[in-house]
Structures are given as C-alpha cells and as structure tokens.
Design a protein around this ligand. Sequence first.
Ligand SMILES: Cc1ncc(CN)c(N)n1
Length: 228
Amino acid sequence: MSGLEYGSTFALWRDGSQAEWRAFVHHPFVEGLSDGTLPRAAFLHYLVQDYVFLVHFSRAWSLGVVKAETLDEMKVCAGTVDALVNHEMALHVETCAAEGIGEAALFEAPEAFETLAYTRYVMDAGLQGDFLDLMAALAPCCFGYGEIGARLAREAPTDAPYRTWIDTYNGAAYQDAMIRVGEMIDAALARRLGPEPAHAPRWPYLQQRFATATRLETAFWDMGLRGG
Ligand SMILES: Cc1ncc(CN)c(N)n1
C-alpha cells in the first residue's frame, strides 16, 4: 500500500519511521495470522489483552473529543469511539465467547505491562500535549491494522483459521473509518501547522510520537507471542 489511502500525513509519518513500521506490520505474529501457524493460545492471549487495550483506546479517542477544535474533529473522534466500543470489540467478545471466556471476564482481565505501557503512553500524549500529539500517538494503531488487514486479505488462504480477524480489519467498516480518520488528521495538521506541516518546528516531535507508538505496537505482538 502507498499509505496515501489514509492521507498524506500518515504517509509522511510512516516514511519517517520505516524500520519501526516494518517491524510492526511484518511481525512474526502477523505472518502467523496470515498463514495460520500462529498458536491458538497465543491468539487468545493477544485477543484478551487487545480487548483491554481497546477499552483504554476508546478512552483516548474520547479525549480527542475533549481536545477537538472543530465539529468535524469531534464527529470523527466520537464516531471512532462508537466503532471501537460497539463494533471492533464485538470481534473480541464473540471469538472469546466461543472459547468460554465471557465479556465480564474480558473486562476484568489483568492488564499485561505491554497493554498498560501502550495505552497509557497514548493517553499521556493527549493529556500532556494537544490534539496533534494525541493523533500522532493514535495513528499507528489505526492505520497499521488497516494496512495489515488489507495485505493479509490478499495473501492469506480463503480458509485461513484467522480469516474472521483478517476480514474485520479488511472490511469496509474498518477501512472506510480509517480513510475518514486520515482525512481528519490531514485537516487537523493543516489547520494548526499550515499547508506544509512537515516543515513546522513541531514536526520532529510528532514524528517521534508516531515512532514510539509504532514500537509499542511491536511490543504488543511480542507479548501476544509469549502467551502461546
Ligand atoms: C494493539 C492494537 N493496535 C491496533 C488495533 C486496531 N484498532 C488494535 N485492535 N489493537
């Protein structure tokens, strides 16, 4: 993927963190999802932690509503909270229910350090910084899974054991929402930093936030693999 599907800001951030990005989107956990070799225990361990992750991630997107400066920013942030809480997390609830893990148990699951580190890093980016800091920290999560879902949908066999996961992130609901997030982030940067945001003094700090969040994504996959 060129990256432009999700806007020009994401394409620049991704180009500025190439090594980190590759380690994230081509992680052995991802390749195991693709060819089906990922142990089921690792997948379930990851999925339970990912449910906890999404709870806190929804809080971070809610902070986006608080920090927004335009109605469009508010709408996209509020819409993303809805998509996370009422749609993406259904994948986790349904898959875990089939394995005998109920939603109450998911909500109460002890948090792995990697989950804690990643989600609180993102929250802190939004609390300490402004809307752009928050978006730079949220972006790898959004667009990384979009990119992974689209690639795995092409590469994985149709009867791959993790097809439901792949189809969730390649599905129109997720992909369209991420395109909308990408457009909103482009507009947010133009509004605050002008027409050439990459030349603004703040740019290296935003790039740094993006790179850190991308490394935290890789650590999250590592944690998943250890659970197998
Ligand atoms: C860790 C992580 N990163 C991203 C996503 C996609 N929302 C997710 N579910 N989990």
